[in-house]
Write a protein of this length. Structure first.
Length: 562
């Protein structure tokens, strides 16, 4: 499977090896904390809320990890972290609760396995994401994975791409449904085929955060090989015009806002003309080499196993390739134990096609599983102890929030757990994706969710209490993306009950064949806003002290204390 991994440039290897000396200088006091932060964050190493612990973020280009890489990450999490691996909404893998003195050996071991943390944070080109179904989706124009991998190789080789005004994110979607969120990122590519030629429509200037924006169309269609020139031109535009004096206005979307759409397009065309004059060198786009398992081993007769049939109906999907299936492994809050990750990595090698994919829904995916081996896979997954709920209409995606992140205000994972518990025995005629961010920064993708929430704080009777800003009606899709509209600000402890009451009413209101998006915009957003009125008032501390504590926290709420 080396054909579909990305090459790590020599200068990235040098930076990883040189990091050991920088850590030694920091520990000995020769480098200040501020100076060291400027070095470690672009290497994907973030300080966590727990004193003297760090998170290591590992780049997963197009969400692809090979079994030996996943096994290594599991080993590193077991030896140097908390024994768990976290799947992010941008398809990276993270190891938490790492001591700074252990980070050099982690980076060195990752490099040996063909993995890099470079660009995991800071003002850099971040992980290039792709549709998690790329290569197997029936609706895709073509497999975008090789293009995401090739662009990764192109962009990470230039050290200048790790000193941009702010972060720069790129995404590839294989069709207009936009599973990779290309419509709301700095640079988004949508696959199309014209007269038999593979190519892309291109959007730029999108992004999510305290000031979310839908990207604007800058190219109706480019032949696929021109994606490098386009990416270089947009990146140069950002580097030249991004605001380096105000971090809160530094993202590419603020350049778009400052100049307006037409001037933004004109400036892009000027940069593209210059890039083409220079004749930049680009990597070769390598075809996807994924193949199916050749073994026909079987555990037994699956037709006598009702639980297997339920699992298959909910978690296995037929691919566009005949008699092959992709299977989703749901992870609670994106977390998986090292031991479970090893089992799944081995299953990918022995039953699947030798790759694991991470998804924007914080799950894992195995693909190219022959139909004859689905039962083998099911029995193997049972050993992990991972829950595969038969009833799962409501699916929460949440960032780590204040449990580990220094920017987090609320315990977003705690809210996600409370919401899913509230709905644990209820099946709805439609899926209810709920996306939660612990602060306005949108790591949980709340701005484009049908129902989205971001954490905040309010005060009553002189005491702080956690709140969530509730949004509804967000969606993605090429040319059809919409940001959710703010509905209400709700005390954190009231959110699960409010959503339950809303979803129960929505079930009665739902019309046959009506999508959740249609339901929300016909009836749901207005109803949710009216319903929220009775949940908005926070009770007094004397009457309900639990409202002044975040989920899973015994102490009174304070954004500074976890």
């Amino acid at each position: 499977m080396d054909k579909i991994t990305y090459r790590i440039p020599e200068n990235a290897v040098e930076d990883a090896l040189a990091f050991r000396r920088e850590v030694e200088r920091f520990i000995s006091g020769q480098t200040s904390a501020t100076a060291f932060k400027a070095l470690r964050v672009p290497m994907g190493i973030y300080e966590q809320r727990e004193s003297d612990t760090y998170m290591v973020r590992i780049r997963g280009a197009a969400g692809i990890f090979l079994p030996h890489q996943a096994n290594l990450i599991a080993d590193l999490a077991e030896k140097f972290g908390d024994g768990k691996v976290h799947v992010t909404t941008r398809q990276d893998l993270q190891i938490h609760r790492v001591l700074i003195q252990d980070t050099p050996v982690i980076l060195e071991r990752l490099i040996e396995a063909g993995l890099s943390t470079r660009g995991g944070g800071g003002n850099t080109v971040r992980n290039i994401s792709a549709c998690p179904h790329a290569g197997v989706c029936r609706d895709e124009a073509f497999d975008v994975s090789p293009y995401a991998l090739a662009l990764t190789e192109y962009l990470i080789i230039d050290r200048a791409n790790f000193n941009l005004p702010r972060k720069f994110k790129v995404a590839f979607s294989g069709c207009g449904q936009d599973c990779s969120l290309a419509s709301v990122t700095d640079l988004g590519f949508f696959a199309h085929s014209q007269s038999g030629i593979h190519g892309f429509s291109v959007y730029a200037g999108g992004g999510m955060g305290a000031h979310s924006t839908i990207g604007v169309l800058i190219e109706d269609f480019i032949p696929a090989q021109e994606l490098f020139e386009v990416a270089e031109a947009v990146k140069r535009l950002f580097d030249k015009y991004g605001d380096r004096t105000n971090r809160h206005k530094a993202r590419l979307r603020f350049v778009l806002e400052r100049f307006g759409t037409e001037e933004f397009r004109r400036l892009y065309k000027l940069e593209l003309e210059q890039v083409r004059l220079e004749g930049i060198s680009t990597p070769r786009i390598k075809p996807n080499g994924e193949t199916a398992s050749k073994s026909d081993a079987s555990y037994g007769n699956p037709h006598n196993d009702h639980n297997f049939l339920v699992w298959r109906s909910k978690y296995a999907t037929s691919q566009k390739q005949a008699n092959l299936y992709m299977t989703n492994v749901p992870l609670e809050l994106g977390l998986i134990t090292s031991s479970s990750l090893k089992i799944i990595a081995d299953a990918a090698s022995q039953i699947g096609n030798g790759t694991l994919r991470t998804t924007q829904q914080q799950g894992l995916q195995l693909r190219n599983v022959p139909e004859s081996r689905l039962y083998d896979l099911y029995k193997t997954l049972q050993v992990t102890g991972i829950s595969f709920p038969a009833i799962k209409s409501v699916k929460c995606v949440a960032c780590t929030g204040a449990s580990t992140c220094r920017l987090g205000l609320c315990l977003s994972r705690g809210l996600a757990t409370a919401i899913e518990a509230e709905f644990s025995e209820i099946e709805f005629p439609f899926e209810v994706p709920i996306k939660i961010s612990g602060c306005p920064n949108s790591c949980g993708h709340h701005p484009i969710a049908p129902i989205g929430l971001h954490g905040g704080a309010s005060r009553a009777g002189g005491r702080l209490f956690p709140v969530y800003f509730l949004y509804a009606g967000g969606k993605v899709g090429e040319g059809a993306a919409k940001l959710g509209q703010l509905v209400a600000k709700i005390p954190a402890k009231a959110v699960p009950a409010l959503l339950r009451e809303f979803c129960m009413a929505a079930t009665k209101e739902h019309r046959a064949s009506e999508s959740l998006d249609e339901l929300l915009h016909r009836w749901g957003i207005d109803h949710l806003g009216a319903l929220a009125e009775k949940y908005k008032q926070n009770p007094s501390y004397e009457d309900s002290p639990e409202f002044y504590r975040d989920f899973g926290c015994a102490e009174d709420f304070s954004p500074a204390r976890r």
